[in-house]
Design a protein around this ligand. Sequence first.
Ligand code: ADP
Ligand code: 5GP
Length: 268
Amino acid sequence: MGQASISAATVASNNPRIASEVFAAAAQHWLDAHPIAPPLAHMDPAAQTDSHPGPDGHGDAHGFRRRGVLFVLSSPSGAGKSTIARKLLAAEPELGMSVSATTRPIRPGEVDGKDYHFVDLEEFRRMVAEDEFLEWAHVFGHRYGTPRAQIETMLAAGKDVLFDIDWQGAQQLFQIAGGDVVRVFIFPPSMEELRRRLSGRATDSAEVIEARMARAANEVSHWDGYDYVLVNDDVESCFEGVRTILCAERLKRSRQTGLIGFIRRLTR
Ligand code: ADP
Ligand code: 5GP
């Protein structure tokens, strides 16, 4: 961060009026720069049911309830987020996966409805027109979006939700659901290793791999829009790091509801 932006940030943090002007300007800049879906106003985070188990896993006994976590994993393509996501889903039964819709062609080994909902452009446009997406964006020349109905169903069933979406999706989701969103960015250990992983995955042509490499630096440049960053050097330790973040976020006091009743009983 340059000297000029440090002083602007310092002034803003000491002066609420200037701060609000700075944030309004930033919001306008964001809207101007992103000809993608506008923030989808009517996912009302307050509409979440507090049906999640409490922090100690004994919600019913203590009356603890908490708001669901919307857990976002982003990285340059090939850094390993799908690998980490699979391990997290296997280890955490209270976590559900958001399955995106995309217009990109299906890859060998992918399953429609499990990896993505593969749709044509016409269907994607219909979904946009009918406001079926919580967020959507252009990525690698294709469209990707998060259908909102599945998210509402998972939250109502007491699940936290995992999103494998890019920085544009993370930004949009944060605009909609703010404090319920936890954003995690995964770095590859190096660009050479990223290329090795993309080639080793053997799912893309040389041309597609080059396009993903060309985009990687741009994606990494959005690291500061995330709450947590990790390097996926060793899969196990990266996975443990991500799992620790999820566990700690579930325990945050701001997510707990039903605390007053518990404290009254505890202290009476
Ligand atoms: P992404 O979902 O970010 O595009 P993937 O999870 O598909 O990335 O991982 C890309 C490739 O790299 C896969 O073949 C995966 O097995 C491999 N991989 C993931 N993490 C590691 C790691 N820590 N070390 C070595 N290879 C890895
Ligand atoms: P891939 O084609 O490799 O599966 O995904 C390409 C990129 O699109 C990844 O960075 C992935 O996180 C992102 N992506 C997948 N689904 C969505 C989505 O619904 N919304 C957004 N914004 N990005 C997505």
